[in-house]
Design a protein around this ligand. Structure first.
Ligand code: AMP
Ligand code: MG
Length: 459
């Protein structure tokens, strides 16, 4: 199968032709066969030397340019420093990006970097993104994990890997900032037109397609982050280069699932100020979207005042819209009223139970076993209010998964995988892609708590 290079052809200034480095001893460790088939690949061919060449970026490939606000600081020249857009697969009438990470230096690599990734970070992204997909969160998917046979220096010597993922696209908020750096509005408009036709074609018909485009990006990102909140997913590094235009979750670096419910939860070792804490994610999404609005101002209107007041209006309303979306999503999942949801959330904050287990305790209570719910929420009056709202047992069961990738179990599985034993990793992968199946090992919260648990960018 031939991949197309639609993005590179439409926006040549936003990419650099680049190739994946030769790998000493590449082995395809994991191939997501159902996904490969959906993309129109013959899995057998992908496993062949020619398939491996494609996945490693040895055919025509491009590094994509973007800028980014990293922890609030603008970095104009970033881009794929260790990754390549392999091209797009056409599925029905949409293009899907294939993108490989850990393929070696590119024109965007930071000085002194090696363009590579640890096998462990690649395995982590593969498992967590597939878990997110199974949990119903818009996300990039994991297609393949390849060990390269290299050892790389990351504190100590670690095996390296290449991960291939599939995304609706790799357009980021930061891509729009980069487009402005070149010839300004022309390139920006070309990028916006491309993004509209690829992700929000309905916007073309509206009076001002760029305003409508912005509103639609806001809506889809909001829906995604509201789902993160319900599951306790903490992205960890919500820089504008990690915020997609499609609304998909992207870049599973220091991400982690919260266990004990606490708005201040942070796991990333580099997030000292708690900028990307669990409870701050909605606010940061708003901040990132405001940066997107700023870059789109010239397209909103030729009258700068009018453009600013439009952006201002959307952003002023954002916190309220987010709260509305979250409350609607969460109340629908609980099959109850927004009022009962609000009191559940207050009870969660007071009791700080394991979020996944608390949700499942409610499912059990709705199904007539309220023992765990009574234990977790002893003396909280929301529980009787909830049960008397008569939620449907099937609906609530379908809303709240049993299995999420729990942090210490994932770390332990990755350590063993790094040492060559993939048993625990395979077992966990199988569990997280079927998150509603009862599982003997993966439903319980960490017995020691996660107070000292930390994640690293793991590059
Ligand atoms: P990430 O943390 O993966 O979102 O990456 C942030 C930026 O740092 C991107 O521009 C990456 O391409 C770049 N980067 C991260 N790790 C490396 C590496 N080992 N070599 C080159 N560039 C890197
Ligand atoms: Mg990134």
């Amino acid at each position: 199968m031939q991949l197309s290079h639609d993005y590179a052809e439409h926006l040549p200034q936003l990419v650099r032709l680049s190739q994946g480095e030769e790998q000493p001893d590449p082995h395809l460790l994991f191939l997501n066969e159902p996904l490969a088939l959906e993309l129109g690949f013959d899995p057998g061919w992908l496993r062949s030397p020619a398939g491996l060449d494609l996945l490693l970026g040895h055919d025509t490939a491009h590094a994509m340019a973007y800028s980014g606000f990293q922890f609030g600081q603008f970095n104009p020249y970033m881009g794929d420093g260790r990754a390549l857009l392999l091209g797009e697969a056409r599925v029905g009438d949409v293009f899907l990006d294939l993108h490989a990470k850990g393929t070696g230096l590119t024109p965007f690599s930071r000085p002194g970097s090696d363009g590579r990734a640890t096998l462990s970070s690649i395995l982590r992204e593969y498992l967590v993104s597939e878990a997110m997909h199974a949990l119903g969160v818009p996300t990039t998917r994991g297609l393949a994990v390849i060990s390269t046979g290299r050892k790389i220096q990351r504190g100590h010597v670690r095996p390296a890997g290449v991960g291939v993922r599939v995304a609706a696209s790799h357009l980021r908020v930061g891509t729009f900032h980069y487009a402005q750096l070149g010839d300004g509005t022309n390139q920006l408009q070309a990028l916006a037109d491309y993004a509209i036709s690829r992700h929000y074609p309905a916007a073309i018909k509206s009076e001002n397609p760029y305003k409508e485009f912005f509103r639609l990006v806001v809506e889809s990102q909001m829906r995604t982050v509201a789902k993160w909140q319900r599951l306790g997913f903490i992205h960890g590094v919500m820089n504008t280069d990690n915020t997609t235009i499609s609304g998909q979750t992207i870049d599973y670096g220091p991400c982690a699932f919260m266990e004990s419910y606490d708005l201040a939860t942070v796991f990333s070792s580099i997030d000292n100020g708690g900028r990307y804490a669990y409870g701050n994610q909605p606010h940061i999404l708003g901040w990132n979207l405001a940066r997107l609005a700023e870059s789109l101002l010239p397209l909103f209107s030729s009258d700068p005042n009018e453009a600013v007041s439009f952006a201002q209006e959307v952003m002023d309303f954002f916190p309220e819209r987010f709260e509305e979306e979250m409350s609607a999503q969460w109340a629908a999942a609980l099959d109850t009223t927004p009022e009962v949801f609000a009191s559940y959330r207050e009870a969660l904050a007071r009791r700080q139970p394991d979020l996944t287990q608390a949700h499942r305790a409610l499912v059990a209570a709705v199904g007539n076993d309220s023992s765990l719910a009574r234990e977790l929420f002893d003396g909280e009056d929301f529980l009787s209010a909830y049960l008397s709202s008569e939620p449907s047992p099937k609906k609530v069961d379908d809303s709240f998964p049993r299995v999420i990738p729990r942090n210490r179990q994932l770390d332990a599985a990755l350590k063993q995988a790094e040492a060559g034993d993939f048993g625990a990793y395979r077992e966990m992968l199988e569990a997280v892609i079927h998150p509603w199946r009862p599982h003997p090992h993966f439903e319980e919260p960490d017995p020691t708590g996660l107070a000292d648990f930390m994640t690293f960018c793991g590059t």
